[in-house]
Design a protein around this ligand. Sequence first.
Ligand code: BTN
Length: 327
Amino acid sequence: MIINMTLARKILARLQDGQFHSGESLGKSFGVTRAAIWKGIKNLESEGYAINIIRGRGYQLRQNADLLNVDAILHQLHFAPRSHISQLTLLDSIDSTNQFLRQTEHQYHGHFCLAEQQTAGRGRLGRTWVSPHGANIYLSGNWVFDGGITKLAGLSLVIGLAVIRALASLGYDHLKLKWPNDIYAQDKKLGGILIEMTGDPLGPCHAIIGLGLNVKMTESEAEEITRPWTNLQSLNSNLPSRNTIASHLLSHLIAILIEFDQAGLAAFQNEWREHDMLYNQSISFQHSANTITGTARGISPEGHLLVEYQNGVAAFTSGEACLIKLQ
Ligand code: BTN
């Protein structure tokens, strides 16, 4: 199917007011036929938008109807062939999509899972990932890598790049990555990645890759979040449907997993540098019980964070960095 996204997006923007718009008036203002408007409406429906169509009145966007739909997601996969997805499970509510895929009966390569809500969403360092219903994207995937766990150093970094690529393809530029795998916009956290490994540390490993992306979560839903956060809706009011966002994420995730399996982290180092929020910035870095201050100097070929302090550069495999804002 050829999707005239530009027209569909224009129609969507017009329908955001919740009013009825006739095919004739939409056609006139965009300089296209009523048939083209009809096609645009069908494209929006295939993305998961619910639209009231009433003869004599026209089209009206049904608000809050942006629910996930497997067909709409698979339909919009652009360059990642469906053959790489052995299964796509959509759940209304689950404790954690990562946990779902970790259960033995779900452990197979290419199994992806999305949920409308997580009741015990997990973040890095034992934190909770706030996951209200229908508001964000909670996506996990199971990918098997041969050759042992050491080959997977840097995996979480490239997943961050997949998110950057996917969101750039939807018009979200200037996003940043904060080592090891937070996605930032305008100095606020937009998303995070949690990778959990199972399997044989020397042989085939299952990487359970979990991604949380804030899309339209409200302040009241996010009450328990204590750090600055943002969502896609605040960055651009012309928000794509969650199905479109999920589909772009899935496409780029799969493409990057294949690329990473073949080429390793080295192939991505320059791209990572372009989005590295900490690069050459003053940071405080908490590692185990110690906190140091220094200057972030990018990542090593293994994906470790390089920090210059006390006249030397040290490489860290884990920890939490914070920018020091100079007054
Ligand atoms: C972080 O920044 O702390 C990582 C957040 C990861 C959240 C995602 S949401 C989908 C998947 N399921 C989980 O329980 N966690 C990850």
